[in-house]
Structure formats: structure tokens, C-alpha cells
Design a protein around this ligand. Structure first.
Ligand SMILES: *Cc1c(COP(=O)(O)O)cnc(C)c1O
Length: 482
């Protein structure tokens, strides 16, 4: 994707690809959307995709694939051990990230399981810019804890800092001094920091963290799941890399990491996972776990067809025209919303546009799930499915009381090269309408609440009949229109 100057003087995002395979979408009338939302217990995870117009739940496993990826899938070498497909993927990963060994796993959290079992001991602490749900779960399962050392700017909803995912070096040095290096299992940098709004990490920061870790002998683990967007931001926001090749940025990050892993449901636009390292000892220890949890060491739980698609997808990720669409669309959506006064996380990051529900719905008490309520209301108003990232996604405290989230966000994910600019404009339009009518939105309460990961399967109910009022107002303002 490029931004092209139009006659009006405006820079407009322009798709640098054409659509050659399509999936028909269905936009249900507002009454039916409200009905489907009720049937799904006001939880967008429980909607059927056939009832969703634009699926902005996640980018995981749903990025558009290229013709070359599909073609490569047809020449996959289907053998249990030693398949050509493994060696093709291994070569691409070695050439791209400059690391010696490749261990396959079925997805990102499977890599985390192997890494945590290798490095985490009971009572140890993993330091990181910010946790990700599955990462933290695996560290905790091995008896370790997580300490977040992101810069203060990272937790501000509105900011102008270009790299809000950066680690605070003073906090890192302080933690090493306080805990002692032997108590630290590893330091982890997450590219495109997921839970703070897809915010990138700078090369400057990665270099400094790596220097400190190497000086202390603490392993540096780099989670590259959201690296594609982060590569774009290093190139466009960090002066030194203005003219750099994307692959050179990728290779430098690889060289600074002791363990480098990713979910190929995101990076590489297919489905799978990979761990890379150049450390002989770490490689040997992790290798033993692959057959135990994943599958033989030349497929690791992945289909060989997906492995071929990842190999091509990684090569294509080194092209700025390919990786720029998500960040440019996130920015376009954020800009349209800001122009209408809708509060969003700034600066716009990668992954998706994050709406600040606490300010959007400042009349709803936090214990009535502000972000969950807004997320349900967005689906009713537009047929767009987002994801709640707030208190609903937290787990209750041991005594049963609510643990209130630091931020109440609705994430509208923009999977790579899936949507068009008019679909982005439609989304902004309906959310702006909802913002004007935000006082109609009410809270939610659980009627079925699982004790773990309640946001996946839990069912809720509105306080009062606010969904009906929303539908009535929609009809009044949009007439017969969907
Ligand atoms: C999605 C994700 C993971 C986990 O990957 P899965 O393939 O979903 O298991 C880990 N880290 C980050 C930053 C992610 O976004």
C-alpha cells in the first residue's frame, strides 16, 4: 500500500494489490444484528461468522494470502521426517533473520510453552515490555512471574511518542540490580506490543536492551509475532532506517536476540509457529521438547502446506508495499474517528484501531464492562465485530472481586490486505453515529461466567433494554438503509 497524492492535495491510501479471490459478505438489517448479538450472549466471540459483516476480531490466521503462497502449498513435500518443505522454510528463516537453528511449533503459544519450560524455574521472574495473555500463562504454569518494564508513555492512551512499546532502560537496570541476574529467567521484547494497542518498539531500544542483557548474561527473547507492522514503523519513524531495506532491519533484530519466535498466524500470513536461535545449548534443550509437545522436528505440528505458505509469506513480508496496508489503514480509521471526536489510542499503531471505551462510554460504571458494552453496541450499529480488551478479558481476584483493567479498549483489528478503504470508511461512519448516540448504550452483566478465560465463552445480558433503543434510533436516522 502507498499513500498517493490526489489532485485535492490529500494523500490517500492506495491498494497495491488486486483482489482475485473473493468471499461474499452479508450485512444483516439492524434488527437482526441486535437479535444475533442477544443470541451470542453479547459476546462477539460467540457470534457466527455468517452473521458478521466485517470481521475485525483479530488478525490471527485470517490475513489475506498471495497467489504465490497458494501456489507454493501445491508443491509441499508430505513426509513425516526430513521433508523438502522443512528445509525450504529453514533456509528462508535463516536468510531473513540471520539465525542458525529453526524449531517448528504449531502456533505462537506452543513456542512459548517450549521457551518457558526451557528457561523458567520456580520463583524466577521474566522481565518484558508488556505481557501477552498466552505468554504470561506459560510462564506462570512453570512457576515464574512476569514483571512489566514498559516506558510510562506506553500506558498513556493518548500520546505522541512514536515507540510506545519501548522498554524503560532505567526500570530494566533497576530490576536486574534488585532481583539479581540469576533470578531473571529472561528478558522479553514483544514487537508491536499487542495489549497496549499494537505499539512498536524502536531499533534503538532493542539494541540497548540487547547490550544490557548480553553484558549480564541474561537471555533476550524476542516475540516477533507482530513484527511486520513493527518493521514498517522502524522504517518510517526511525530516521536512521529511512532508506534501509526491510530485510536488513529484520536481520539486525535477529542478531540482537538469543531466542526469536513468532506466531505464523500473524507473521508470514499463514498458520504455524517458529523458534529460532544461534545458541547451541539452548537449541539442544528446546529441540528435545518439540517431539514431545508438537510433532517430529521437521514439521512440529504444522501442515507442510502451511509451512510452504509461511516460507513465501516471510519473503513477501520483506516488501514495504506488502506490510504497509495494516498500519496505513489503522491510521486512516483512527483519523476519521478522531475527526468526529471519537477517542482512540494514539499514535495509531499496528494490528488494529483501538477505541478508548472509558471515554466513549464514561457514563457506564467499570464493573458493567465498558469495553464489552461498547463492543456489543458497535456490532449492532454496524455488523463490525471487534474484540473487548478491558475488564471482561481479566480474571477475577481470588476473593471473587473484579480486577479492573488498566485500559478499557475495543480493538478493531485490520488483518493484512483483507479490507478495502470504503469498508474502513463505513466502519468509521457507523462508529461516529454511535458516538453521537453513546448515551443510549448501557452496561452488561454476566449470566454465565466461566472461571478461566471468561471472555472466550462467557454469556452476558444488558441492564435494561438499551439494545432496542439503539435499534429504534438507528431506524430513525438511517431510514430503510442497512
Ligand atoms: C498471537 C500472539 C501470540 C500467540 O500466538 P498464537 O499463534 O495465537 O498461539 C504470542 N504473542 C503475540 C504478541 C501475539 O500477538
Amino acid at each position: 500500500m502507498s499513500k498517493i497524492k490526489f489532485l485535492s492535495g490529500e494523500n490517500i491510501p492506495l491498494e497495491m494489490h488486486k483482489v482475485r479471490m473473493v468471499q461474499k459478505l452479508n450485512l444483516l438489517p439492524v434488527e437482526e444484528r441486535a437479535q444475533k448479538m442477544e443470541e451470542a450472549g453479547y459476546n462477539t466471540f460467540l457470534l457466527k461468522n455468517r452473521d458478521v459483516f466485517l470481521d475485525m476480531l483479530t488478525d490471527s490466521g485470517v490475513n489475506a494470502m498471495s497467489e504465490n503462497q497458494y501456489a507454493a502449498m501445491m508443491q509441499a513435500d508430505d513426509s513425516y521426517a526430513g521433508s523438502e518443505t522443512f528445509y525450504r522454510l529453514e533456509k528462508v528463516l535463516q536468510e531473513t533473520f540471520g539465525l542458525k537453528y529453526f524449531l517448528p511449533a504449531h502456533q505462537g503459544r506452543a513456542c512459548e510453552n517450549i521457551i518457558a519450560r526451557t528457561l523458567v524455574t520456580p520463583g524466577s521472574v521474566a522481565l518484558m515490555n508488556y505481557h501477552f495473555t498466552t505468554t504470561k500463562a506459560h510462564i506462570t504454569l512453570c512457576g515464574g512471574t512476569v514483571e512489566e518494564i514498559i516506558g510510562d508513555e506506553g500506558l498513556k492512551v493518548q500520546s505522541s511518542a512514536p515507540f510506545k512499546g519501548d522498554i524503560d532502560l532505567d526500570k530494566l537496570n533497576e530490576a536486574i540490580k534488585r532481583l539479581g541476574k540469576d533470578k531473571i529467567s529472561f528478558v522479553r521484547i514483544e514487537a508491536g506490543t499487542n495489549l497496549v494497542g499494537g505499539q512498536p518498539v524502536s531499533m534503538k531500544n532493542i539494541r540497548e536492551v540487547s547490550r544490557i542483557c548480553r553484558g549480564e548474561g541474561i537471555p533476550l527473547v524476542f516475540d516477533a509475532s507482530l513484527l511486520a507492522d513493527n518493521l514498517y514503523f522502524i522504517k518510517t519513524r526511525e530516521e536512521e532506517f529511512k532508506n534501509a531495506e526491510i530485510i536488513d532491519i529484520a536481520r539486525e533484530i535477529g542478531s540482537l536476540s538469543d531466542i526469536f519466535y513468532f506466531s505464523a498466524r500473524k507473521l508470514g500470513a499463514a498458520r504455524g509457529g517458529a523458534i529460532l536461535t544461534s545458541d547451541d545449548k539452548l537449541h539442544t534443550r528446546m529441540l528435545e521438547l518439540v517431539p514431545l509437545f508438537e510433532g517430529f522436528i521437521t514439521y512440529g505440528g504444522m501442515s507442510v502446506r502451511e509451512m510452504e505458505a509461511i516460507a513465501v509469506g516471510i519473503r513477501e513480508t520483506m516488501d514495504i508495499e506488502v506490510i504497509s496496508q495494516t498500519p496505513i489503514f489503522v491510521e486512516a480509521l483512527a483519523k476519521e474517528l478522531i475527526a468526529k471526536g471519537v477517542p482512540v489510542v494514539t499514535p495509531p499503531g499496528g494490528l488494529g484501531c483501538h477505541v478508548d471505551a472509558s471515554r466513549f462510554c464514561d457514563h457506564i460504571p467499570q464493573e458493567q464492562y465498558i469495553a464489552g458494552s461498547l463492543n456489543a453496541a458497535i456490532f449492532i450499529a454496524s455488523g463490525v465485530r471487534g474484540m473487548e480488551r478491558g475488564t471482561m478479558s481479566e480474571q477475577r481476584n481470588e476473593d471473587g472481586s473484579e480486577r479492573m483493567a488498566e485500559m478499557e479498549l475495543v480493538r478493531l483489528a485490520i488483518p493484512k490486505r483483507v479490507f478495502t478503504l470504503s469498508q474502513i470508511k463505513y466502519t468509521a461512519d457507523r462508529i461516529s453515529w454511535l458516538f453521537e448516540n453513546r448515551r443510549l448504550i448501557g452496561g452488561l452483566k454476566f449470566v454465565q461466567e466461566p472461571s478461566v478465560l471468561r471472555f472466550f465463552f462467557g454469556r452476558l445480558q444488558p441492564f435494561g433494554n438499551w439494545p432496542d433503543l439503539l435499534v429504534k434510533q438507528f431506524r430513525k436516522d438511517f431510514g430503510e438503509s442497512l
